[in-house]
Write a protein that binds this ligand. Structure first.
Ligand code: S3P
Length: 434
C-alpha cells in the first residue's frame, strides 16, 4: 500500500534539457514473463523498476524462478521452460497491475497446479471477466469473486483446448492472456480484435522462438513450441515520455530532447495526436532495439488547437488520454475524445477523474459516455486536486500545473511509483520556477 503523499507543483518558465525516461512498462512485464517460460538464461537490460513490474517479478519468483539482479535496471532470469513453474505456496499479489493479473491468468490457466491471484483495492474493482470468460471457453477452471468477474480468483490449471476468440474490445491484455494460454497447449489458438492493440507480446514471443502469425484483424499461435532464452533491451516508455511531450508543448520557450523512446506504431498514437494538434515533435535517430522501433523525440513549445480523436487511434494512445486532456485544455478550440469507453475501467475511471480534476481548476470539460469534450484556451487557476490513487492522473496534473496561473497541490502522489520512479526529480530538473 502506498503512503498517501501530496505534492505541490508551480508554474514553470521554460523547460530545457535531455531526458531519459525509464523502461517501457508493457515490455518489461513481458520480458520477465517470457524469460521465465523460456529454457535457459535471458538478460534483460533497461527494465522498468516500477511497482507494477516488481509485482510481476515477485510473482515469478513465487513460481520458482531464479532471478539474478545485476544492476538497478538489469536482470538475468533463469527460465524453467513451459513445464518448469511450481505451484505457489501463497496467494499471488499483483498489486496495482492489470497487466500482471491478466497475462498471468493466461499463463497459469495452462499450468497443472492451483493458484490464486489478487491485487490492491483498485485492481480488485477492475473487470476480470474479460480474461476469465474466454479462458473458461478454452476449458479453464477459474472461480472468482462477484460471479467470476473480479479478483481474487482461483485457477485450477490445466486441461485446456485451443480456441478461436473474437474479442469485443481492442485489449492487448486480453489478447496476450489467450496467446499465452494457447502457446502452452497442442493446436492453434486464434484471437481476433476490432482494432490492433499493442503488439509487444507478438514481437517478443517471436524472438523467444514461439510459432506466431499476425494477420489483418488478428493473430494465431501454435502451441507446445519451446521458448529459448534471449537478451532483451527495453526501450524508454512512450507513455512516460508523453508527460514531457505535453509539458514541452504547453510551457512557452521550452525545448526538450527525449532520448531512446519506444515508438512502436501500436503505441505511438500520442505523437500523432499531438502533431495533429499542431505540436512540434521531431523523430530523430530512428532505429530498432530488440524488435521494437525506437527514436529520440525533440519537442518545442507550440500553439495547440483542438481536434477530434476516435477509432483506431484510441488503442494506440489508450494510456495517454489523461495527459491528452491536459494538452486539450491548453489548446485553442474544441477537442473531442470518443470510442474510449475503456478509459472508465483503467486504474480509476479516467473520464470521471479528468473531468473532476481539470474542472476544479477551471477547465471547460464535459464527460461523455465514451470519452469527453474539452473547450480549450481558458487559463487554469491553481488549486488542490485528487489523483484518485492513479499514477497517470497524478502525473497529468503535475504537467497541467507547469502552465497554470498559480501552483497546484496534488493529493496522493506516491502512486507515480507504479510506472515512473524518478518522475518528480526529472520534473524539478527541467523546470525553472516562474
Ligand atoms: C497494457 C495494455 C493496455 C494498457 C495497459 C498496459 C499491456 O490495457 O492500458 O496500461 O501491457 O498489455 P488493455 O489491454 O486493457 O487495453
Amino acid at each position: 500500500m502506498h503512503k498517501a503523499e501530496s505534492r505541490t507543483v508551480s508554474p514553470a518558465k521554460g523547460l530545457h534539457g535531455e531526458i531519459v525516461v525509464p523502461g517501457d512498462k508493457s515490455i518489461s512485464h513481458r520480458a520477465i514473463m517470457f524469460a521465465s517460460l523460456a529454457q535457459g538464461e535471458s538478460r534483460i537490460r533497461g527494465l522498468l523498476r516500477g511497482e507494477d513490474c516488481l509485482s510481476t517479478l515477485a510473482a515469478f519468483k513465487s513460481l520458482g524462478i531464479d532471478v539474478v539482479e545485476k544492476a538497478d535496471d538489469e536482470l538475468i532470469i533463469h527460465g524453467r521452460g513451459l513445464e518448469g513453474l511450481q505451484e505457489p505456496t501463497d496467494v499471488v499479489d499483483c498489486g496495482n497491475s492489470g497487466t500482471t493479473m491478466r497475462l498471468m491468468s493466461g499463463i497459469l490457466a495452462a499450468q497443472p497446479f492451483f493458484s490464486v491471484l489478487t491485487g490492491d483495492q483498485y485492481l480488485r474493482k477492475r473487470p476480470m471477466g474479460r480474461v476469465i470468460n474466454p479462458l473458461a471457453g478454452m476449458g479453464a477452471k477459474i472461480l472468482g469473486r462477484d460471479d467470476n468477474t473480479k479478483a481474487p480468483f482461483a485457477i485450477d490449471g490445466g486441461g485446456l483446448h485451443p480456441t478461436e476468440y473474437h474479442s469485443p474490445i481492442a485489449s492487448a491484455q486480453v489478447k496476450s492472456a489467450l496467446l499465452l494460454a494457447g502457446m502452452q497447449i497442442e493446436g492453434t489458438t486464434t484471437v481476433y480484435e476490432p482494432h490492433l492493440s499493442r503488439d509487444h507480446s507478438e514481437r517478443m514471443l517471436r524472438s523467444f522462438g514461439a510459432d506466431l502469425e499476425s494477420f489483418s484483424g488478428g493473430v494465431r499461435v501454435t502451441g507446445r513450441v519451446n521458448l529459448q532464452g534471449c537478451d532483451v533491451e527495453v526501450p524508454g516508455d512512450i507513455s512516460s515520455a508523453a508527460y514531457f511531450l505535453v509539458a514541452g508543448l504547453i510551457v512557452p520557450d521550452s525545448e526538450l530532447l527525449l532520448k531512446n523512446v519506444g515508438v512502436n506504431p501500436t503505441r505511438s498514437g500520442i505523437i500523432d495526436i499531438l502533431q495533429q494538434m499542431g505540436g512540434s515533435i521531431e523523430l530523430t535517430n530512428q532505429r530498432e532495439l530488440s524488435g521494437e522501433p525506437v527514436a529520440d523525440l525533440l519537442v518545442k513549445s507550440s500553439h495547440l488547437h483542438g481536434i477530434d480523436i476516435g477509432g483506431s487511434l484510441i488503442p494506440r494512445a489508450i494510456d495517454e488520454f489523461p495527459v491528452v486532456s491536459v494538452a486539450a485544455a491548453y489548446a485553442t478550440g474544441v477537442t473531442t475524445i470518443r470510442d474510449a469507453k475503456e478509459l472508465r475501467v483503467k486504474e480509476t475511471d479516467r473520464i470521471a477523474a479528468m473531468c473532476e480534476t481539470l474542472g476544479t481548476l477551471g477547465a471547460d470539460i464535459e464527460p461523455r459516455e465514451d470519452g469527453m469534450q474539452i473547450v480549450g484556451g481558458k487559463a487554469l487557476s491553481g488549486g488542490r486536486v485528487n489523483s484518485f490513487g492513479d499514477h497517470r492522473i497524478a502525473m497529468s496534473m503535475a504537467i497541467a500545473a507547469l502552465a497554470s496561473v498559480t501552483e497546484i497541490e496534488i493529493k496522493d502522489t506516491a502512486c507515480t511509483e507504479t510506472s515512473f520512479p524518478g518522475f518528480w526529480n526529472l520534473l524539478t530538473l527541467i523546470s525553472k520556477d516562474a
